[in-house]
Ligand binder design. Structure first.
Ligand code: ZN
Length: 67
């Protein structure tokens, strides 16, 4: 599928069987709106978990050893 990173726009093979038409639709959306289109092999866009930023930062830090 192709989907928009900015709004809820997307197109899937179920919506539009023609890959060429989906590509054209995605380009048209980009031209019309200036939005960024991404594509995924799946049928739904990958979603980042809705977690606060501190969780990510904490998870990136090495565990503190108690020596
Ligand atoms: Zn959009």
């Amino acid at each position: 599928m192709k989907y928009c990173l900015t709004c809820d726009w997307y197109t899937t093979p179920a919506d539009e069987p023609s890959k060429a038409t989906r590509s054209k639709d995605a380009i048209d959306h980009h031209v019309e709106t200036g939005h960024t289109i991404d594509s995924s092999n799946g049928i739904v866009p990958p979603q980042l978990p809705d977690l606060p930023e501190e969780v990510f930062v904490r998870d990136l830090l090495p565990a503190r050893s108690s020596d």
